[in-house]
Design a protein around this ligand. Structure first.
Ligand code: AMP
Ligand code: MG
Length: 434
């Protein structure tokens, strides 16, 4: 079991009240270990494997393709027929081979077989000349000698996947192509990691649930919806604990309940100055705190630590805890850049860094060195293929519409100061991330 000790070494190099984003990510990475393997595996049918994490390597039980076949519609023959110095090649057509209906027999060296894509290569044939390069002359074909080289346009058995070799690795998140690939191997069921369970709730006396009337000073709780959606996208199991009032007893009850129910607990709100005291107190009594604030905007107040379900820290069941800020954009930015990787790692997924693209900034951006900023951007590709990005406008961390309007985060690194128009910046596209 990890203890806080070796990690505090990591925190010690920094101000734990304002960790650089990379340092926070590193600490989270160390704490977010995959859950114990054996009891966390379940076998599912292929259609249910989509977006699940493979628990073991999938070894190919067969060669794919299972037999040499044609890559083109054309004529199959022995490449030896090309060796003569003649300008063109003439071959008699001995018959036809269709996908699923092989040619029976063995054509003579001076013969060819009409063949369709995917059809079994006839015995003795290793080359296919595409039909569009051929002139048909009665029962024979003629084509220029340089139309094809021996061995061309044939797919070899085992070319895609060789029997006995790993086709997909443990830790792989099963995507559309993988599902097809597994089917192509004739595999009907796979072992996947059980879903990670994540409990989440919102804190704030001002919050109302959708369906309730708004009274002066109240607003609708949107964070539970964004969190729900972001969690679903990662295919984790969600436990929605609703809105929790801003008092110690309610918060303690929610944290305890969440720790029992889930592997990871995520709250929003209640970690900024003023609210923070009992969250901090509770974390200290129910578990421990790794860090409290990140040098990140949006997202500065972010509590990360562990919670125990037992009467004291170190007893009962353990859950990781992320206390995200209340502001709706901060919730999303901290989820994507701090929480997401931890959830993937705990789910047993192989690490996959978000895709970063270089783009030219079309406008100046004000930025203070000493914190990482995640601004909302709209990236477009110009005719020369160059990416250009502009911000969505006001970057207040409560402006959730900026997330809906944007198609990327503009990542302004810790040490960077003001950006001039024309400067290059890194962007992280939402597609693939969200
Ligand atoms: P807090 O971090 O609790 O101080 O909240 C910061 C800001 O975010 C305040 O303006 C809150 O009203 C707002 N906020 C907190 N939680 C939510 C929520 N679940 N949905 C929408 N806004 C929220
Ligand atoms: Mg609050």
């Amino acid at each position: 079991m990890t203890t806080l000790k070796p990690l505090s070494g990591c925190v010690a190099q920094y101000d734990p009240n304002a960790l650089p984003v990379e340092a926070a990510q590193e600490i989270v990475r160390q704490w977010a270990m995959p859950r114990g393997q054996a009891q966390q595996v379940e076998r599912v049918a292929l259609f249910d494997a989509l977006n699940r994490v493979l628990a073991a390597d999938v070894v190919s039980p067969i060669d794919v393709p299972a037999f040499d076949n044609s890559a083109m519609d054309g004529y199959a023959f022995s490449g030896a027929a090309l060796s003569s110095a003649a300008q063109s090649c003439t071959l008699a057509v001995a018959g036809a081979a269709l996908a699923g209906r092989p040619f029976e027999g063995r054509p003579a060296p001076s013969e060819c077989v009409r063949i369709m894509t995917g059809a079994l290569m006839p015995e003795g044939c290793d080359t296919v000349v595409p039909q569009e390069l051929v002139t048909r002359e009665g029962d024979a074909i003629r084509f220029p000698a340089d139309a094809v080289r021996a061995g061309q346009n044939r797919r070899l058995s085992g070319e895609d996947l060789a029997r006995g070799k790993p086709a997909l690795r443990a830790g792989r998140i099963v995507r559309a192509s993988d599902l097809g690939l597994l089917a192509s191997l004739g595999i009907a069921e796979v072992d996947v990691q059980k879903r990670l369970v994540v409990a989440f709730f919102s804190t704030g006396d001002e919050l109302r649930s959708v369906g309730e009337p708004l009274t002066p000073g109240t607003l609708y709780d949107s964070n539970r919806y964004t969190l729900f959606a972001m969690l679903r996208r990662l295919n984790v199991e969600t436990v929605d604990l609703g809105i929790v009032r801003d008092d110690r007893a309610s918060l303690e009850k929610a944290l305890r309940e969440a720790t029992v129910a889930a592997d990871v607990v995520i709250s929003s709100g209640g970690v900024s100055v003023g609210d923070a005291d009992f969250t901090r107190e509770l974390m200290n009594s129910l578990g421990d705190i790794a860090f409290w604030k990140i040098a990140m905007r949006p997202g500065r107040p972010l509590a990360f630590g562990r919670l125990w379900s037992g009467p004291r820290a170190g007893t009962g069941k353990l859950a990781l805890f992320f206390g995200l800020p209340g502001n709706p954009v901060a919730v999303m930015a901290t989820f994507y850049f701090i929480v997401r990787e931890a959830l993937l790692a705990m789910s047993g997924a192989a690490r996959q860094a978000p895709i970063v693209i270089r783009a030219r900034c079309s406008e100046p951006i004000r930025k203070r060195a000493g914190r990482t900023e995640f601004q909302r951007g709209i990236a477009t590709r110009d005719q020369a293929g160059q990416w250009t990005v502009a911000t969505t406008g006001p970057q207040g961390s409560g402006v959730l519409s900026s997330m809906s309007e944007a198609n990327c985060f503009i990542v302004l690194e810790h040490d960077r100061a003001d950006i001039d128009a024309g400067d290059e910046v890194n962007i992280v596209p939402f597609d693939g991330l969200i």
